[in-house]
Structure formats: C-alpha cells, structure tokens
Design a protein around this ligand. Sequence first.
Ligand SMILES: O=C[C@H](O)COP(=O)(O)O
Length: 247
Amino acid sequence: MRRKFIAGNWKMNGLKAQLGEVESIAGAASDNSGVDVALCVPFTLIAPAVAAAGSMPVGAQDVHAAQSGAHTGCISAAMLTETGAGLVIVGHSERRADQCESSGDAWAKALAARGAGLHVILCCGETEEERDAGQTEAVVAEQIAAIPGDAHGDWLTIAYEPRWAIGTGKTPTEDEIAATHGAIRAKLGELAGKEAADTIRILYGGSMNPANAAAILALSDVDGGLIGGASLTAEKFVPIIEAAAKA
Ligand SMILES: O=C[C@H](O)COP(=O)(O)O
C-alpha cells in the first residue's frame, strides 16, 4: 500500500517573510500523519525552511549532475544535503523548456541526487500539441525510459505533469489522468519489474487545488500531487493535504 505524498513546489517564489507559511504547512503535515508532505523551496530558503519545518522534509527544485567543479551558479547534491534538504525535483518541464534540459540531463541529476541520499521526484509530461496528436503515453515513456532496473519507491517518485495544465487552471479529464498514470505504472514495470514498480509513487501535477484535489487523488494509480501555485499558502495547501488524508 503506497502512502499518499503531497509535495509543494514553490518555484521562484518565497522570501523569509513567507516562512510562517512553512510553519503552518508543517503543522498540518504533523496533524495528518497518514500522508507524506514535503515542500520544495528556492535554494535560498532551504536552510531556514528546514529550521521552520520540524519533521516535514524540505527539498530543492534542481541539482547539478556533477559532484563539484567549474559550474558557475549551480548546486551539487552534497550541498543540498548539507543544507538540510531531503529531496529534489528533477526534469521539471519549466527547466526542460527554460534551460533546454533533456531527459538524459534529468536522469544524470537523479543519479547524483540518489548518490547523495536525496529522494528524487522525476517529472514527465506532454505539451498540448503532443496531447492533441495522441502522443501523451509515448512522450512520457521516453521521459522516464532511463529509469534503471533497481528503481524503487524508497528513493524515486514520478510526477506526471501535463505541461499545458501547469498554472493554467486546466486539467486533463479524470479518465485521462488515470489512463496516463496507469501507462506510467506499466512502463515502470517494464523497466524495474512489477514488484518495484508498485512501490514507486506517481504524483499528478498541474493546477491541482483544494476544489479538484479529492477527485484527482481518488483516481487509480494517483499517489499524490506535486503542487505549484496552491502550495504557496497554508490556506490553499492544507486542504489538499487533508484531501489526501481522506483519499
Ligand atoms: O511543480 C508543480 C507543477 O508545475 C504544478 O504547478 P501548478 O500547481 O501551479 O499548476
């Protein structure tokens, strides 16, 4: 039985003035102990967020694949763990688009993070054009194809995020979400074997909010959410955590 996992992604939002939100969210995480909750904040907020979050894990939104070296402006996995981070997002579509990151880049980062003991959230998801062309499952399969045979939910989570649903207020139909999550689960089974695939949580991301969370979280093979805009305040994020606790 996979525990529900609700992860917030603050993206390039958040200053120390918002640490009160971290405290409130951590309080809700503690009150809903049947759900795993984490918050991925900007690099600058990791240390203070760790201090504010108590036992709730705090994560980063990117990591470099190399252990160290001449990579101006980048952060290594060891730096993240030293700062107190417990997880990291890799392969987010905003990095694929803005920094031209490939699936290979994302996987190299995942391996570096795993090597440093970080939990990895690997993102995948199609564009609107790919969806309209009926290519969703093929695109997502390519984006997770590098997952190795020893993949396991102890260190890996997948986030399915249709690019056209991120920050737009649009979402796929419930049938579409369930079908894509089922296809991801089947692909994980091909890559790592069914037993291991059944340990890996698959989160839905893209305009999840307090109004639609319960319905999405009830779908087959949806093990939680990766939430952007609605994770910025406890007012919007806590009802999603509570919906997960009831799912
Ligand atoms: O990482 C989070 C996703 O990109 C979803 O963002 P959103 O909830 O603002 O649509």
